[in-house]
Design a protein around this ligand. Structure first.
Ligand code: UD1
Ligand code: UDP
Length: 382
């Protein structure tokens, strides 16, 4: 029997973290011939993940440039994918989530009449402009894809409302698979600032912020609120690994440099990030991935956005929407820092996003779809 040729395509840090465990799962199964193409929409932040998971891409489009525009990313991915798909002729292309790489990867496969599997399918805010451009990217990929791997039942419900009911699998999020391999009891950070922090007696707040819809005034508001928090609560230490985007670098350093308890550091590798999260007191972020990881580690999260496509942890009580206004962010964080009861209400482990078996279910689903397995994959939570 022929092997099933599956190509994973990804390009940014979060896609890599969530696709690497799946690429490795496919590579170890005899029914698949697994190949991997990175667009390198991110460069350093992608390479760090590839190193940690020991994943060697077969193709690298190397498209990143400073301050790249959405059109350039999409055009370069589409052009680069042509020869890769012509050479490899995969039976299935797997893309992840909602980035420009995701959209271009799916579109390119469609142009070549190759079926598409969408990992992390069905997330929606129903606001075209937030997250921008991700909400539209994932809707477009939903329209193109033949197989949809939904992390949660709510994601599957979103697809059903768009009449997408065929080829839909409830798998859990592969980020939880990744998380289960990275967090350890004793961990030495590369940066001594992190080794020397007193995680027991101080309140370490882990911050990240990078979203395009937060560029400009919202990001300035967020940074001002963070500085006020550090001033108002002397027991806090803010650790902020700053995204390499020049836009983000500029605003973070402008507002937060020179404070003795605000630590602006380089992006962390994924093992460092997960172990820091496991040790911190509170997470403040506009990241999607952190909203999924922190609840699994029992850490409260304040989301620095107006909405979230990840309502499950809000329902579980471990995530709250803080918005993008300075006063609201300051007040919400102040309440958690000064009221132990409020903090305790949020600080409990919740795992609405996965159980560590998402990659296995996705690989099983693909094998089943291609007639190489008699039973459908088990469902997450079922
Ligand atoms: C992208 C995704 C976003 C995702 C985020 C994860 C799109 C439209 N956006 O946004 O959905 O949440 O990645 O981080 O696809 N840079 C470097 N080195 C790197 C990475 C980035 O220098 O390793 C700099 C470059 O100047 C680049 C800029 O960051 O131009 C922005 O990167 P880009 O991929 O365009 O957007 P992100 O904001 O990272
Ligand atoms: N992450 C990391 N180092 C950092 C910041 C984030 O390894 O300095 C990880 C984080 O743990 C999560 C993923 O990157 O797995 C989230 O990526 P990002 O916030 O860039 O994108 P999003 O999830 O918002 O699309």
């Amino acid at each position: 029997m022929n092997v099933i040729k599956v190509m994973t395509v990804f390009g940014t840090r979060p896609e890599a973290i969530k696709m690497a465990p799946l690429a490795l799962e496919l590579a170890k199964r005899p029914e698949f011939e697994a190949t991997c193409c990175v667009t390198a929409q991110h460069r350093e932040m992608l390479d760090s993940v590839l190193d940690i998971f020991g994943l060697k891409p077969d193709y690298d489009l190397n498209i990143m440039e400073p301050r790249q525009t959405l059109s350039t990313i999409t055009a370069k991915c589409l052009n680069g994918m042509d020869s890769v798909l012509e050479e490899t002729t995969p039976d299935l292309v797997l893309v992840h989530g909602d980035t420009s790489t995701t959209f271009a990867g799916a579109l390119s496969a469609f142009y070549h009449k190759i079926p598409v599997g969408h990992v992390e399918a069905g997330l929606r805010t129903y606001d075209k402009w937030s997250p921008y451009p991700e909400e539209i990217n994932r809707k477009l990929v939903g329209a193109i894809a033949d197989l949809h791997f939904c992390p949660t039942a709510a994601n599957r419900g979103n697809l059903a409302r768009e009449n997408i009911t065929k080829g839909v699998f409830l798998t859990g999020n592969t980020v939880i698979d990744a998380l289960q391999t990275t967090v350890v009891k004793r961990f030495a950070f590369a940066d001594n600032v992190l080794n020397n922090l007193d995680y027991v007696n101080r309140k370490v707040i882990l911050v990240t912020c990078h979203r395009r819809e937060n560029y400009g005034q919202p990001m300035a508001n967020i940074m001002t609120a963070l500085r006020r928090l550090a001033d108002a609560f002397p027991e806090t230490e803010l650790v902020y690994p700053v995204h390499l985007s020049p836009v983000v670098q500029e605003v973070a350093h402008k507002h937060l440099d020179g404070h003795p308890r605000i630590h602006l550091i380089a992006p962390l590798d994924v093992r460092e990030m997960h172990n820091l999260m496991a040790r911190c007191h509170l997470v403040m972020t506009d990241s999607g991935g952190l909203q999924e990881e922190a609840p699994a580690l029992g850490k409260p999260v304040l989301v620095l956005r107006k909405e979230t496509e990840r309502p499950e942890a809000v329902a579980a009580g471990t995530v709250r929407l803080a918005g993008v206004e300075e006063e609201a962010i300051f007040q919400m964080a102040s309440q958690l820092l000064s009221n132990q009861n409020e903090y305790d209400k949020m600080a409990h482990a919740a795992n609405p996003y996965g159980d560590g078996r998402a990659c296995r279910r996705i690989a099983d689903a693909i094998a089943w779809h291609f007639g190489r397995r008699e039973t459908p994959p088990e469902q997450f939570g079922g």
